[in-house]
Design a protein around this ligand. Structure first.
Ligand SMILES: NC(=O)c1ccc[n+]([C@@H]2O[C@H](COP(=O)([O-])OP(=O)(O)OC[C@H]3O[C@@H](n4cnc5c(N)ncnc54)[C@H](OP(=O)(O)O)[C@@H]3O)[C@@H](O)[C@H]2O)c1
Length: 307
């Protein structure tokens, strides 16, 4: 702040280059001028040496004295020097080189721009192509696709719970839930989370609540919206929405798949699963399970995929 003010350079790099070039040109022209003067003196000296001092008086070529050829040869070198300074420099000097380079760069840039324009056009066409979007197998789709899956057990009347509890106990259904969700993110509403005695092992729990200060055990992720819950599970190829009624309702438009256990009876309940619209969803698997000593009700494992 109180130190010496830094001196700003008075000329920029371009100006410096111009000055250097000008100095070089002056030197070249000076050298040519000196050459010319030396040539005049030298030529005079050769004439005097031969005609007055008699040096090589008897030496002739094609009937002419040797100094004529010596002067002509020197003149040739002098002309070559003139040519270099005025012609070669002008056409093939630094400015000429730069000009050629600029032309080349401009041409290359033009080609790059053309290629870019073509590429963007092609990319847009591919992205817009319905065939590409609809027929490419999932594994070839460049965007890693998350298969957001709803998993639910619902009665024939879509009942899923009463008094924040499940209505039935079906051991094979619980086994299926465990095996499908094992190792994945399970996204749930705050009420469903509270219906568990404790978090389930080997799953990442994502709990949705509007309460910012809702306390969850360590390892459980608390979010304030369904979108944030899905975002929290974005590195999971198949996150599961596990309920309850409120969350299922909101997730129906976002999910890619439904793993439904349809319990073939109707029950009294306070929480229900939304109707499955068969114009949106197609059934892709259906396995019937009859009643037995461990299962009080008949049920079927159904899979629905978005059409
Ligand atoms: N049969 C099955 O497969 C199944 C599966 C799961 C659950 N269930 C049953 O379903 C019942 C529970 O379902 P439920 O509908 O009452 O409750 P829920 O969906 O589990 O949780 C509702 C709570 O989630 C939070 N929430 C909902 N939408 C939100 C949003 N957009 N943004 C932020 N927070 C949001 C709110 O928490 P805050 O109030 O804290 O803000 C809300 O009170 C229970 O009976 C349970 O046993 C059945």
């Amino acid at each position: 702040m109180f130190g010496k003010k830094k001196q700003k350079p008075l000329i920029d790099a371009n100006q410096l280059e111009l000055i250097e070039n000008a100095q070089k040109r002056i030197k070249q022209k000076k050298r040519l001028y000196v050459h010319f003067v030396v040539f005049l003196i030298g030529a005079l000296f050769l004439i005097v040496a031969n005609t007055i001092l008699g040096i090589g008086k008897d030496v002739t070529f094609f009937g002419k004295e040797w100094f004529v050829f010596a002067i002509l040869l020197w003149l040739f070198f002098l002309l070559y020097h003139v040519f270099n300074v005025y012609v070669t420099h002008k056409f093939m000097g630094k400015a000429w080189e730069k000009n050629q380079l600029d032309k080349l760069v401009a041409k290359q840039q033009e080609r790059i721009d053309k290629l870019k324009a073509g590429f963007v056009k092609e990319e847009t066409l591919i992205a817009q192509s319905e065939v590409y979007n609809k027929t490419l197998p999932k594994t070839q789709n460049p965007k890693p696709k998350i298969e957001l899956t709803i998993i639910v057990a619902a009665a024939e009347n879509d009942a899923i719970g009463k008094g924040n509890k499940l209505i039935w106990h079906l051991s094979d259904d619980l086994k299926r839930f465990k095996s499908l969700t094992n190792g994945h993110h399970i996204i749930m509403g705050r009420k469903t989370f509270e219906s568990f005695p404790k978090p389930l092992p080997n799953r990442t729990h994502v709990v949705i609540s509007r309460q910012k200060d809702y306390k969850v055990p360590s390892g459980v992720i608390l979010v304030n919206s369904l979108e944030d819950a899905i975002d929290a599970a974005k590195n999971d190829a198949q996150p599961f929405i596990i309920g309850g009624g409120e969350i299922y309702k909101q997730a129906m438009t976002l999910a890619d798949k439904i793993e439904l256990t349809r319990v073939h009876e109707s029950f009294e309940a306070d929480t229900f699963f939304p109707k499955i619209d068969t114009s949106v969803w197609k059934e892709t698997a259906n396995t019937f399970h009859s009643k037995d000593e461990n299962h009080e009700h008949e049920f079927s494992f159904l899979t629905y995929e978005r059409k």
